[in-house]
Design a protein around this ligand. Structure first.
Ligand SMILES: Nc1ncnc2c1ncn2[C@@H]1O[C@H](COP(=O)(O)OP(=O)(O)O)[C@@H](O)[C@H]1O
Ligand SMILES: [Mg+2]
Length: 253
């Protein structure tokens, strides 16, 4: 289907005895922000690795930008970009040099201009000629995301883009994601933070014990749980309450 960026069906993956994915299904609409929400160890990075062709699933299918990750990994790689959980920035190089390097690797025509524009866009102009090793966590993450935008991928994967960032840097990263989405880029992000999913995502899928146990827009997820009536005042559940209720319900079965 042309309006889908990602279609995942029955994805399974084990690491030796440990079955991490037990049949994962979801779809991501083109141009949307999709959040895969799950606790530490839920299997989020495993899903990202499969979708970005770094890891093969044991079974199931994943179609990314119309290409099957199993049979067309090169085409998938050309159409995406990945910002991993751990920054890909080269510490020895300056911010500018990091960007120029990637622009050259991607065979762009004006690598210096590309770097200049991205430095400006991500508020890194003043720090451009300092080694990345001197950057704060927030600056490094911005540089990392800037690097992943080189070549204008239509789909970008952000694996826990704000884990380890201070609150200010976190809000900056959120701003960047919103700008990407406004520009029409499809964003697949993973997070363990409910407020992050709530802030950024058009659709949220909750990965728990190897499966997607709930998915939908925030409004749809909220509908699963009727508002509690407190002294005749309706109180909408927060995503956190929904999350805990789903997990609690599941474990009670
Ligand atoms: N290469 C690996 N070998 C063995 N176990 C792994 C490997 N990678 C991940 N795991 C385990 O698989 C589970 C899911 O990991 P991961 O996908 O990184 O989760 P998340 O990104 O949601 O924190 C964890 O229990 C983790 O320890
Ligand atoms: Mg992870």
């Amino acid at each position: 289907m042309p309006n889908k960026s990602i279609q995942v069906n029955g994805l399974q993956k084990s690491y030796k005895q440990l079955q991490v994915l037990k049949g994962v299904d979801f779809e991501v609409e083109k141009g949307s922000v999709f959040a895969l929400l799950g606790s530490n160890g839920a299997g989020k990075t495993t899903v990202v690795k499969i979708l970005t062709t770094l890891l093969k699933p044991d079974s199931g299918t994943a179609i990314v930008n119309g290409f099957d990750v199993a049979s067309k990994p090169d085409r998938v790689r050309q159409s995406i970009s990945l910002t991993g959980q751990f920054a890909a920035v080269d510490e020895v190089l300056t911010g500018r040099e990091n960007l120029i390097m990637i622009a050259k690797l991607r065979h762009l025509n004006h690598p210096r201009q590309v770097a200049h524009d991205l430095l400006k866009r991500f508020g890194l102009t003043d720090a451009a000629d300092r080694k990345a090793s001197s950057y704060s966590g927030g600056m490094r993450r911005r540089l990392d995301i800037a690097m992943s935008l080189i070549g204008k991928p239509e789909l970008i994967f952000l694996d826990e883009p704000t884990t380890g960032l201070d609150p200010e840097a976190r809000i900056e990263a959120w701003k960047i994601v919103k700008e990407l989405a406004d520009g029409g880029t499809t964003v697949f992000l993973t997070t363990q933070y409910l407020d992050e999913a709530e802030q950024l995502a058009d659709r949220i899928a909750i990965l728990h014990e190897g499966r997607i146990i709930a998915s939908g827009t925030l409004a749809e997820l909220k509908e699963l749980f009727p508002p509690a009536e407190v002294e005749y005042v309706e109180k909408q559940p927060t995503l956190e309450e929904i999350f805990l209720a789903i997990i609690g319900k599941k474990e009670a079965i």
